[in-house]
Design a protein around this ligand. Sequence first.
Ligand SMILES: Nc1nc2c(ncn2[C@@H]2O[C@H](COP(=O)(O)OP(=O)(O)OP(=O)(O)O)[C@@H](O)[C@H]2O)c(=O)[nH]1
Ligand SMILES: [Zn+2]
Length: 358
Amino acid sequence: MPLGPDSTERIARARGDLRMGVPVVVGGLVVAAAETLTPDRLTALRGLGGAVLAITARRAATLKARPYDGDIARLRLPEDVGPDWVRSVAEPADDLAKPLLGPFVALRGGDAAAHRAAIGLAKSAQLLPAVLAVEVADPTALADAEGLTRVTLAEAAAALAEETHLAEVVSARVPLAVSRAGRVHVFRPADGSEEHYAVEIGSPPRAEPVLARLHSACFTGDLLGSLKCDCGAQLNAALAQMGAEGAGVLLYLNQEGRGIGLANKMRAYSLQDQGFDTVEANHRLGFEDDERDFRIGAAILREMGFSAVRLMTNNPAKIEMMRANGIEVTDRVPLKVGHTAENARYLATKAEKSGHLL
Ligand SMILES: Nc1nc2c(ncn2[C@@H]2O[C@H](COP(=O)(O)OP(=O)(O)OP(=O)(O)O)[C@@H](O)[C@H]2O)c(=O)[nH]1
Ligand SMILES: [Zn+2]
């Protein structure tokens, strides 16, 4: 058995490298995340050839750049700009204060698949979805010479599309205020990404529909009691109902900020303070409204032996995704708690734009 990393492990390394600011090789490109680009690395990348900044079509729409590659756009890097320009294109904080970043020259034609995969990697590293990319003639030789992590285009594309394999690492009894019979299970993905947790209350029979909640992490709502969302109240209400019924399972999925991570969620909050709603803020950052992978929740439920749930949610997309991933939803149990003056607009936007049931 070889000692070196396989493709899944190299993808995990690539994510870590991008977060640190180390370039990686994806297919025929050397890429670096816009967010973590240093002046030295920019100079070194320019030395390899003409660089382009690849961004999503969402971000391009805000910048009024032409997305000739469908869901992404490749912008030619001007000769005279530094990392600040790259970051300003990627990061919308100063869009309103600095409206004159363009005009942008967007490339058309050629193959953008590796750029797309690199943006996917940056997203999965919870970075802003923007990468600086330079095409090189011999990517393998360059990766070997510079000690860069290298993944082929096929490996990157497959890793981004495939379902993450999760295995339970451990579970232990945790008596809770809502029920003495609490148990926390920890699930670890094979691809080096975030762990997820399941809180089991009582001993729900596996053959019957279980009262279930798929809760996405919200540091601000769950821990700090933020009034900007309803998450903390929903978490507590779900656990309380499971305690009252004596059985249930709450999945605590580490998909902070609908999958964009806490740093990006705080960027979205800053944009919300500039007047944009929760969906517009995600788009200006270059993300889709919701970047969560709901297959993870279904996989954990299956792993625990459940095949049917009474799902506590106001989000019809969660119900559809459960059904699409082999979990029967026998009932929807509404969770209408935590409405505040501060989150009224947020909840109204989710109802109007994302189809949430109020
Ligand atoms: N990007 C972004 N994420 C947010 C914002 N406000 C809250 N969140 C995140 O939204 C997610 C809400 O998760 P859930 O409550 O499980 O999901 P939901 O889609 O609201 O559905 P239900 O609560 O089940 O009805 C959490 O990950 C929060 O961190 C925001 O303004 N922007
Ligand atoms: Zn929240």
